[in-house]
Design a protein around this ligand. Structure first.
Ligand SMILES: [Zn+2]
Length: 366
């Protein structure tokens, strides 16, 4: 990394690479996390200990990973308008106003990039389609957080996995509504919403974090929150006229197809668990309807709007109150595969669960 820092003429890239290299020796990542937030470079590297999904004991210990990506300036520019809506969304979250954050971290940049290499935890298992980092609450409180959308990865997932799933799992009319853009937009909303809602909370008069309170349940609940509140946020922006009304139905239909994609990762993993919770909650609310004759599901848009808002409020309130017990009860009730879903999942066995990228650029360098 120091060699790379010496080679680049981009000041912010040089600063990040140098400070991150120092951090690997000191184990203090603060300064380099701040430098990563300030990065303004055509090459966008992300490297370090980040996600805690692999720590199934307490969700405290982070694993090392790296993403080397190339920034897509045109797509990045298109999404800048979303960043400006975040405080307004936070101010209208469906929770007790005292749990809202009146002042979000100053900076919420969104980068759209194409991945050219991943390593470490990112290379294993389900391929990351987007991320929202850093996770260190001290940095996010002071600097905000950055959302990175891996567009080429998302396109591949859409074509190879999502579109084939929709063709089998969805009602014949609704499957015609699927396209890449609403999938991309919901992933973006998911990442943005990780930054909103309760993070630093007060429990029994003591300041703590949702992450500390929720222990091993934290990741699944936070993933469910990001998914469902992503729908809430987009619906809010549609109602406000910021996002086109024509995206409403495709958004919910893509979300339903996406539910099957996520659950197929297994319900012992954070994203699959989080999606099983949402799916069954929404099914009970009548927002998803099952047709036994064709073994397909469809979305009831009116019920979906109401239920997604209610679930957003339920999850965020549990987080705000730091209630491990309520989180446990919610997950125990809903994280199951019910017969209707099982029937549809059994029809999807020929579709791959995920993509497995190859990195020709690296092979060329060998
Ligand atoms: Zn997430």
């Amino acid at each position: 990394m120091r060699d790379a820092a010496a080679l680049t003429t981009n000041a912010s890239l040089k600063s990040f690479l140098t400070k991150r290299a120092d951090a690997f020796f000191s184990n203090d990542y603060y300064a380099s996390d701040v430098a990563w937030m300030d990065l303004d470079s055509p090459i966008e590297p992300t490297i370090g200990p980040y996600e805690v999904y692999m720590d199934e004991l307490f969700n405290y210990k982070a694993a090392f990973e790296a993403f080397i990506t190339i920034r897509n300036d045109e797509e990045t520019k298109k999404l800048a308008s979303f960043s400006r809506q975040l405080q307004d969304i936070e101010n209208n979250l469906p929770i007790n106003p005292k749990y809202r954050n009146p002042k979000l971290g100053a900076s919420a940049p969104i980068r759209v990039v194409d991945e050219v290499l991943v390593g470490g935890e990112a290379r294993a298992g389900v391929q990351t389609a987007a991320f929202n980092l850093p996770n260190d609450e001290r940095v996010t409180r002071e600097k905000g957080s950055k959302r990175v959308m891996l567009r080429n990865v998302q396109e591949a997932k859409f074509q190879k996995v999502l579109a084939p799933i929709a063709g089998i799992a969805l009602d014949a009319v609704q499957r015609g509504k699927i396209s890449f853009e609403p999938f991309f937009t919901h992933i973006l909303a998911h990442e943005l919403m990780h930054g909103l809602g309760p993070h630093t909370v007060t429990v029994d008069g003591k300041q703590t974090t949702v992450r500390q309170q929720m222990k091993e349940l934290g990741s699944a609940l936070e993933e469910a929150k990001a998914d469902i509140s992503g729908l809430f946020a987009l619906q809010y922006l549609i109602d406000k006229g910021v996002v086109a009304k024509s995206t409403e139905e495709p958004m919910y239909v893509m979300y339903l197809a996406g539910a099957f994609r996520s659950v197929r990762f297994g319900i012992n993993e954070a994203h699959g668990k989080g999606m099983a919770l949402q799916f069954n909650y929404l099914f009970d609310a009548g927002a998803f309807e099952y047709d036994a004759a064709s073994a397909t599901f469809k979305v009831n848009i009116a019920k979906m709007k109401e239920a997604s808002q209610r679930l957003t409020g339920d999850i965020m309130t549990i987080q705000a109150e730091g209630s491990y017990e309520q989180a446990k009860a919610l997950l125990e009730k809903y994280v199951v595969i019910r017969p209707e879903m099982k029937t549809v999942l059994d029809k999807l066995t020929d579709i791959p669960t995920d993509i497995a990228p190859s990195f020709p650029l690296v092979d060329q360098l060998k």
